[in-house]
Design a protein around this ligand. Structure first.
Ligand code: GRG
Length: 299
């Protein structure tokens, strides 16, 4: 490892960006009425979490030489979409879970109807953050980001992946279908984080192409490790119910390939992702470290 890369302090980088993301998330929710809706939105959005998605967005913006402050509203929007997907995923009609980010799930506290509506309000607020609350970013870039967000959230992304995932519960699923689910349910959002940050930073076509390969690799690796941690980690550490996949009879990477091979697959994907950024090595420390964080994490 070269001197420049080893001198990069990833831990300080994470702390700094997490702080700015947390303040921006807090400021993004106004005095919504009625009060119950405001509380339900704040309850899940400000419940912690690794904040990987907004940080990826800021890092991609920096990678292409952009000012990360300009990407902060979009970073917030991406965390809003992520959070709403968690709220809806936990509902009785979907994964039916009662623990998320170390606390009772949104519907356990506010009821199913308000949880659905809090999710809807976060999803729509995400588009508001980009379209109406992103000062200093050109209308052309914002339009492209809105396009990215609409593709990632809808049928071509999260919703499509979730429907296939639900359809496959209790069925034999091959690796190709599993990869489809993972790339849509999880990979699409991570890819949009990287792409939208880069768009706001004024990325070249070459950089966008490289980032798209990077994002594809880390997106699948992230979900493989999520599957692995579901088997190997405790609910206390995860902040969500461990062992859910086996209970729901879901096909996962560990089920199809075993734990060791799943980890190897995730490591290989991260190595491929990092290789795509090789020509930009000097600017890529945060994205390279974030890629490693995906496989090294314990929650
Ligand atoms: C977006 C319109 C719209 C609907 C959502 C419910 C649904 C459709 C999709 C489910 C998507 C889902 C919950 C995928 C799982 C992704 C995943 C691995 C989440 C865990 O992410 P972490 O570990 O969590 O980053 P924290 O809490 O750290 O943010």
């Amino acid at each position: 490892m070269g001197a420049d890369i080893s001198s990069f302090d990833f831990s300080s980088y994470l702390i700094k960006h997490r702080q700015s993301v947390e303040s921006a998330l807090d400021a993004s929710l106004g005095p919504e009425r009625p009060e119950q809706l405001r509380e339900a939105m704040r309850y899940s959005l400000l419940a912690g979490g690794k904040r990987l998605r907004p940080i990826l967005c800021l890092a991609a913006c920096e990678f292409v030489g952009g000012n990360p402050d300009l990407a902060l509203p979009t970073a917030v929007a991406l965390e809003m979409i992520h959070t709403m997907s968690l709220i809806h995923d936990d509902l009785p009609a979907m994964d039916d879970d009662d623990l998320r980010r170390g606390r009772p799930t949104n519907h356990k506290v506010y009821g199913d109807a308000v949880a659905i509506l809090a999710g809807d309000a976060l999803l729509t607020r995400a588009f508001e953050m980009v379209a109406l609350r992103s000062p200093g970013v050109s209308a052309e870039s914002l339009l492209k980001v809105v396009g990215e967000l609409s593709l990632l959230a809808g049928a071509p992304g999260l919703v499509g992946g979730q429907v296939v995932d639900l359809e496959c519960e209790g069925k034999e699923v091959d690796l190709e279908t599993l990869e489809f689910i993972h790339m849509h349910k999880t990979g699409a959002l991570l890819k949009a984080c990287v792409t939208s940050g880069a768009l706001i930073g004024g990325a070249s076509v070459e950089a966008l192409n490289a980032l798209s390969i990077y994002a594809k690799g880390i997106g699948l690796a992230f979900q493989i490790i999520d599957d692995v941690l579901d088997v190997t980690a405790s609910s206390d550490v995860l902040g969500k119910t461990a062992g859910k996949d086996v209970l729901a009879d879901k096909t996962t990477y560990p089920k199809l390939l075993g734990l060791a091979e799943s980890r190897k697959r995730a490591n290989d994907l991260v190595a491929e992702a990092k290789a795509a950024l090789e020509p930009w090595k000097m600017n890529a420390e945060p994205l390279l470290a974030l890629a490693d964080y995906i496989t090294d994490r314990d929650r």
